[in-house]
Design a protein around this ligand. Structure first.
Ligand SMILES: [Zn+2]
Length: 333
């Protein structure tokens, strides 16, 4: 697609707009309101989470089942996709393409056998660790340990069946180990820069560089506590652009994308935070504090904001989704 002559509105309409991870709470019933807002905001694709280490591993399956059921009941608006060809067909048909991801390999219950099963059910991306060290490696709130021998087996099996390896929520060492172990491009699907804002959920430059060296993509994410310190009045869009500028300068615009982490679940999460402080240490997730989920409708504004800053249409289209789609093609096919 030649995008060079398009105006800002046309560029957004013609581009594949890829949300590498929304923050839908993985429980039944699934959060269809958030999915609908993502669709209405003009996204082409979203990866929605079906489980994470905080919950017992087997609770992942009812969420996957509910998600599959909802999508099959609403084929006028949504489609569960298996391939990039499916995503492009959804774009042509004006539907939101959806696949699922899991945050943390505790969902494997200690065996690589389950990876192919998850793939069969529609999971196309797994972030290795969720904040706290698990059987595969270190979490961003752990002791900065690296990947384990089991973790290496998991990467090999994910590469074989076609599930994207995601270094989000991992320790710095583990995310770099993932990049060095994977034979396919990896992603860090929803992590802002720790150089710009020193929160442990954010990533250092070395992690972004390791991801990009695989041909991979880092996704900027829309939660205020990962964007800036409390009390900062800078607008959401300016904070997102600041992260895009940083990553583009560091690793090049072809390695930058969007992982919104969007969901309408702030209150539910506050309760969960209080009950699982080993996953969300209170010093980094203060009780009762507003996490500040950036509205999904803000992300389309990136098109005009990046254009005004001199980004080329080709680079903007890649950041909106073409870059993540390239990684998906390399992993899924
Ligand atoms: Zn996450």
């Amino acid at each position: 697609m030649d995008v060079t002559q398009l105006n800002v509105d046309e560029l957004f309409q013609k581009s594949v707009v890829w949300d590498a991870h929304c923050g839908m709470d993985p429980q039944v019933p699934i959060d269809v309101n958030s999915l609908e807002r993502i669709r209405k905001a003009g996204f082409t694709f979203v990866s929605t989470n079906a489980g994470y280490d905080v919950l017992p591993w087997h609770e992942t399956f009812p969420v996957i089942a509910a998600c599959r059921h909802f999508l099959k009941e609403n084929t006028d608006k949504y489609v569960l996709v298996s391939s990039v060809a499916d995503v492009l067909a959804a774009k042509r048909d004006g539907k939101l393409a959806v696949s699922m991801d899991i945050e943390g390999i505790s969902a494997l219950n200690g065996t690589t056998d389950l990876i192919e099963t998850y793939h069969t059910l529609g999971v196309r991306q797994i972030s290795f660790v969720y904040n706290k060290d698990n059987l595969g490696g270190g979490g961003c709130h752990g002791d900065n340990t690296g990947i384990t021998p089991f973790g290496r087996d998991v990467v090999r099996e994910m590469n074989r069946v076609g599930i994207i390896v995601d270094g989000t929520h991992c320790s710095p060492v583990t995310s770099i180990d993932l990049a060095e172990t994977s034979s396919k491009p990896i992603v860090i699907s929803h992590s802002n820069s720790r150089v710009l804002h020193d929160h442990p959920r954010n990533i250092w430059n070395e992690q972004a560089l390791a991801c990009a060296n695989t041909g991979g993509v880092v996704g900027i994410t829309g939660i205020r506590i990962f964007l800036t310190k409390a009390g900062d009045k800078t607008s959401d869009i300016d904070l997102l652009v600041r992260n895009i500028d940083h990553y583009c300068e560091l690793i090049g615009p072809q390695h930058v994308g969007i992982g919104t982490d969007f969901a309408e679940i702030t209150n539910a999460l506050s309760t969960r935070f209080a009950n699982a402080t080993d996953y969300w240490p209170p010093e980094h997730y203060p009780a009762g504090a507003d996490l500040g989920f950036v509205d999904i409708e803000v992300f389309p504004q990136l098109t005009a904001a990046l254009s005004a800053r001199g980004y080329s249409n080709k680079d903007i289209s890649g950041i909106l989704g073409g870059n993540f789609m390239r990684v998906a093609a390399a992993n899924w096919e």
